[in-house]
Write a protein that binds this ligand. Structure first.
Ligand SMILES: NC(=O)c1ccc[n+]([C@@H]2O[C@H](COP(=O)([O-])OP(=O)(O)OC[C@H]3O[C@@H](n4cnc5c(N)ncnc54)[C@H](OP(=O)(O)O)[C@@H]3O)[C@@H](O)[C@H]2O)c1
Length: 261
């Protein structure tokens, strides 16, 4: 049996790898991009806001890693193949995709509009699938395997009020994760999801600043604290790195125990 500690193998090393992180301009995506870069990966950063991407790119370049920005609205599905082609050519391949970009529009189910449904599903589920498809094609044709990590949520496993569409988008992406793992295992492409509890970011700041909602959320949470973006990034690194070599089709809950009861 191989003792990896004696062989001095760094089980979290991503040297020589090329990652694509969507929603990389702020919040969880920014923390993921920085974590992967600190582990040795070069990173392609995707979101709509160029100024936010530029600032993350600068932080990564300060770590002596390559960082390139690719501003794009990922809901423009027909433009995804050319986006991925541009990333593949500029970076020299793609080893890791972190499908993180997402939105939430909390609404009672009686108030949900078709526009809100399409907006949430469009980025959280449809864009995530077609990004995985475009990157999967590159990984299959290059023949060096890869990792795809989808950012879902604890709400892919449990119900929360005002989140019928969001819950459906994340539950759908959890199951797409498993289907892609099944279809692409023979190419050495491992597909997993990370499913966080509430993390204090731009996306959650409105509802987490409501004292009643905050108290409710903490009452459900075994550790009585929200996660940080770094807590989520650590889970992504595990699944992206040699540590996760035989993990595929898994949904890794990073939920402070919310779903344990
Ligand atoms: N925060 C939480 O409590 C929490 C909990 C569980 C799961 N999550 C999931 O974690 C992911 C990141 O959330 P976050 O809290 O970090 O949110 P955030 O701070 O609002 O960041 C979202 C990122 O996604 C990008 N994005 C949104 N729509 C896009 C589009 N159409 N095309 C390209 N990029 C787009 C945003 O950039 P632009 O606006 O510049 O495009 C931004 O970089 C989401 O999938 C979310 O559902 C969050």
């Amino acid at each position: 049996m191989t003792d990896t500690t004696q062989n001095n193998i760094d089980l979290f090393d991503l040297s020589g790898k090329i990652s694509v992180v969507t929603g990389a301009g702020r919040g969880i995506g920014k923390a993921v991009a920085l974590r992967l870069a600190r582990a040795g990966s070069d990173v392609a950063l995707v979101a709509r806001s160029q100024n936010e991407l530029d600032s993350v790119a600068q932080e990564i370049q300060n770590l002596d890693r390559q960082a390139e920005t690719f501003p794009a609205d990922l809901t423009q599905i027909n433009q995804l193949p050319s986006l991925i082609d541009a990333i593949d050519r500029k970076m020299g391949g793609i080893d890791i995709l972190v499908n993180n970009a997402g939105i939430n529009i909390p609404q009672d189910s009686v108030d949900v509009t078709e526009e809100a449904w399409d907006a949430v599903m469009g980025i959280n589920l449809k864009a995530a699938f077609f990004m995985a498809q475009a990157v999967g094609k590159v990984m299959i044709s290059r023949g060096r395997g890869g990792r795809i990590i989808n950012m879902t949520s604890q709400t892919g496993s449990i119900a929360l009020i005002k989140r019928a569409v969001y819950c459906a988008s994340k539950a759908g992406l959890n199951l797409i994760t498993k289907v892609l793992a099944l279809e692409w295992c023979s190419y050495g492409i491992l597909v997993n999801a990370v499913a966080p509890t509430f993390i204090e970011t731009e996306l959650s700041k409105d509802f987490l600043s409501d004292p009643e909602f905050r108290a409710y959320a903490l009452s459900k949470n075994l550790l009585k604290k929200f996660g940080t973006t770094d807590d989520v990034a650590a889970a992504v690194l595990y699944l992206a790195s040699p540590s996760g070599n035989i993990v595929t089709g898994h949904v890794l809950l990073v939920d402070a125990g919310w779903t344990a009861h």
